[in-house]
Design a protein around this ligand. Structure first.
Ligand SMILES: C[S@@+](CC[C@H](N)C(=O)[O-])C[C@H]1O[C@@H](n2cnc3c(N)ncnc32)[C@H](O)[C@@H]1O
Length: 260
């Protein structure tokens, strides 16, 4: 009886410890295979100007146009404000930009607001009626597949009918059928944030490597080891990082690759 009570207490303790430290435990179990770096390593624009011995401040390139979406304006699939600022800053020095996955168009709008006047942004996404084209592959995560359906709900975007719309070309197409050949070595900045299933992340990434120009940057969203809906993103990036120099940006869910 005593042994039973002690075992039960040990079990309950472990059970509570697990729930209290769920995040920490997941971090240990789902260890990232890629190196996390400070934002300053991504680009010189993020290295602060020294004002005096005690104070450093932002360079002009990272002072951006921004907007926030309030919680009661329920919008799915968004980046954090910090991630949005990073993408806006990189947009300021990019003329040709490509995005996989438009959703509400929040990031697309920020790219248009901040990129040079003559910049061009192409964003590729699914309309609700395209959903039936998406099939689950055998290695695809179920939750990621369900999210594709939940996030493919917009046909009008946050930038629709604004003066920035003329910088943006929206392509409604399954990215698996998108032909990247005519865009070889074309883009300065590519943001991969479309379907998060293994087959789609792999295909979008391979197309991005082809479309990226020299010195250009690819950013992946949702690199969160341990998060169920991001499982396939993490697995793909961990796998491809054996061949490509990919880094995780500290305090974000972003990873990046820069083409030499
Ligand atoms: C996470 S949301 C994108 C969020 C957006 N980038 C932002 O920052 O606001 C994912 C988007 O990818 C699109 N998507 C998912 N699978 C796709 C596919 N196979 N081809 C094209 N778009 C896809 C969905 O329709 C949805 O709009």
């Amino acid at each position: 009886m005593i042994i039973f009570i002690i075992s039960l207490l040990v079990f309950l303790n472990l059970f509570f410890l697990f729930f209290i430290n769920k995040k920490k435990i997941k971090k240990i179990l789902y260890k990232s295979k890629i190196k996390s770096v400070d934002l300053e390593k991504v680009d010189d624009i993020f290295v602060n100007n020294k004002i005096n011995e005690k104070l450093c401040g932002p360079k002009q390139e990272v002072i951006v146009k921004n907007f926030c979406i309030t919680a009661n304006n329920y919008i799915v699939g968004m980046t954090s404000d910090y991630e949005a600022w990073i993408i806006s800053s990189l947009s300021k020095i990019s003329n040709q930009i490509f995005e996989f996955g438009t959703c509400s168009g929040k990031t697309t709008y920020l790219m248009a607001l901040n990129s040079p006047e003559n910049a061009q942004i192409i964003t590729l996404t699914l309309k609700p009626e395209n959903i039936s084209e998406i099939k689950m592959d055998k290695f695809d995560n179920k939750i990621s597949f369900r999210n594709i359906i939940n996030e493919s709900i917009y046909e009008k975007f946050l930038f629709s009918e604004t003066k920035y719309e003329n910088k943006i070309k929206v392509i409604f197409q399954n990215s698996l059928n998108f032909d990247e050949k005519s865009f070889s070595n074309n883009f300065d900045l590519i943001f991969i944030d479309g379907g998060h299933t293994y087959s789609i992340v792999k295909s979008d990434s391979e197309k991005s490597f082809e479309m990226l120009r020299s010195n250009g940057i690819i950013l992946w969203h949702d690199f969160v080891p341990g998060k169920e809906s991001a499982k396939n993103v993490v697995r793909y990036i961990n796998n491809i990082s054996k061949e490509k120099n990919i880094f995780h940006i500290k305090n974000t869910s972003l990873c990046y690759y820069r083409k030499n």
